[in-house]
Every structure is written in C-alpha cells, then in structure tokens.
Write a protein that binds this ligand. Structure first.
Ligand code: ADP
Ligand code: ZN
Length: 290
C-alpha cells in the first residue's frame, strides 16, 4: 500500500509517497508556476512513484462541497493562473485512484490531531501565520467544512490605539487578522521584514496582542483543547510566552477552567511536515471511504 501526498502552496508544491505506516519513501519539491507548467510534472512524479490514494492539502479558497459541480476546484484565489482550477479532478483523471482534497491548514490540523501536539484530543485548531493567515479546525474528530471552510485570516479584530497602521492591509477588510498580523502586514507597518525585527522591537508586543485576540475568539467559539500556531512568523519563538500572557490578560479570568495557556497554545509537533503528513492522512481517508 502506498499513500501519496501533495501539499500545494503558493510558492512551492511538496509531493511525497509513504508506506502504510506513513514512513515517507520519497519526496520532491517543485516551484508553483502555472497549472500548465506544474501539473504535468506533479502527475509525472506520481506515475513514476505509483500510489493507491492521493491526499491534497492546498492553498485556497477551495470548493469542498461534494454536491457542487466544481467540487475539488481551487476557486477565487489571488494566484490568478490557479483561479477556478480543477485541482482534484485533474489528479483523479490522470491517476485513477481515490483522492481527497482539503485546505493545507485543515490537513495540518488533522496531522497534529492524529499524531502531533493534539494527539488523543477531540478538538484543536491549527493556525498558520505567514504570508497569509489560515486556520484548520478539527472538531469532535472531524475537519470542519460547511458553507465553505474556516477562513480565520479574515476574523475582524479591534485595532490597538498605539498601532501605527491601525487601518490594516487586507484588500477586502483592511483591519482583519491577516490585514493586521500576517508577515506582509508586519513588514508594511514597520518598513522592515518580520524576519529582521529584533526580539525587543515593539512590533512583537503588538503582534502578540493581535494573535491573543484571535486565541480568545478561538477559545470562546470552538473551544479547542489545543491551539497550534505555525507558519513563518511563529519562527519568532519569543512570541509564544508573549501570546500566553496577553491571552490570559484578555480572557480577564473568564474561563475558570483555564489558569495557564502555555500548554494550550503551542507550536506544531510535526513541524515542518504537518501539512504534508496531514495530506497522507487524507489519502488514507480517501481509500477508507472508497
Ligand atoms: P507561506 O505563508 O508563504 O507559506 P511562511 O509561513 O514562511 O510562508 O511565511 C512567510 C512570511 O513569514 C513572510 O512574510 C516572512 O516575512 C515571515 N517570516 C518567515 N520567517 C520568519 C521569521 N523567522 N521571523 C519572522 N517572520 C518570518
Ligand atoms: Zn480580510
């Protein structure tokens, strides 16, 4: 038995094949160019390394409604060459194996729930803070889909009075979570790449405040037992204790079952492969559902 995985990102595509115990046997990374350039290479990889099922964790937005005519498509993505692209149908047509598509962050949440930081728990969220902000939500043992899929990057936040750019940078909502706290927002606000800001720069106190607002909203809505924070910006490890402290402050003593969030808000255990391993788990599910 061989499971295939594709972690489809805006800058790179990561492909892997694993055995039934999810040991990765081979992997490859390709730049994300246009579908005409990149799809034949990905299909060639899986023809060379045949799989019994394929799981795809992709950038979105995606159509995940099995009743829809465009089920399995990437929909209105800002990456224009992939807009309305039938990503999953194209793999089904070329490989003739069961395929399952979900968001990259839902795949990462699945990995962390089954094998990583939230192993054994019923509810967790995985949030990536990078070029954009996205969240995968795992509730009662299932990944959440509905009207669409979670889009936490566009949570509306209250800007802080001392924010030098309180209006935010999202083209749709200006000051949503992504517009205030993703890597590019940090760079636009301070004029320096987030990677280059010193740990004592005021940028991090503000960033911790916005991510803590998100954590409080998460705790009050889906009641996660773990909030897993990944993505490039969380490479700043000093952010974790700052987010813990600020989340406790914003909670204001309300959740009496929570006296300390340092074990609740954590980095991914399967970093940097949560999305890829989660995609292998989607392949496993695709085969089980066949
Ligand atoms: P993507 O979201 O494109 O998949 P990343 O998760 O690496 O990729 O996010 C890229 C963003 O994260 C950029 O805005 C970059 O400035 C920021 N970033 C990457 N590494 C770091 C770091 N170590 N510290 C702070 N910001 C970082
Ligand atoms: Zn927005």
């Amino acid at each position: 038995m061989r499971y295939g995985a594709l972690e489809a990102g805006g800058t790179k595509m990561v492909l892997a094949v694993a055995d039934e115990n999810l040991n990765i046997l081979c992997r490859e990374s390709l730049p994300t160019l246009t579908p005409e350039e990149t799809m034949p290479k990905m299909i060639a990889f899986f023809k060379e390394h045949p799989v019994d099922a394929l799981g795809i964790g992709s950038f979105g937005p995606l159509d995940l409604n099995p009743e829809s005519k465009t089920y399995g498509y990437i929909t209105k993505t800002p990456k224009l060459s992939w807009c309305d692209y039938p990503l999953m149908p194209e793999f089904e047509k070329a490989l003739h194996v069961p395929c399952m598509l979900d968001t990259d962050v839902n795949a990462a949440a699945l990995c962390e729930a089954e094998l990583g930081a939230a192993k054994g728990l019923k509810n967790c969220v995985y949030v990536t803070i990078g070029t954009g902000i996205g969240a995968g939500v795992y509730c009662e043992g299932n990944l959440v889909h509905g009207l669409m899929h979670p889009e936490w990057g566009h949570f509306l936040l209250a800007p802080r009075a001392d924010d030098p750019a309180p209006e935010g940078f999202c083209p749709y909502h200006k000051g949503c979570l992504e517009g205030l706290a993703a890597g590019p927002a940090i760079e636009k606000r301070w004029g320096v790449s987030a990677k280059e800001l010193a740990p004592d720069h005021p940028a991090w106190d503000l960033e911790a405040h916005y991510l803590a607002q998100m954590c409080v909203t998460a705790l009050m809505t889906v009641s996660p037992q773990k909030i897993i924070l990944g993505g490039g910006v969380m490479g700043q490890k000093h952010l974790f204790p700052m987010i813990h402290k600020e989340t406790m402050r914003l909670l204001g003593g309300y959740l009496s079952c929570v006296s300390d969030v340092s074990d609740l808000i954590v980095p991914p255990a399967c970093f940097p492969d949560s999305g890829l391993i989660g995609s292998l788990l989607l392949a496993k599910k695709a085969l089980e559902q066949k």
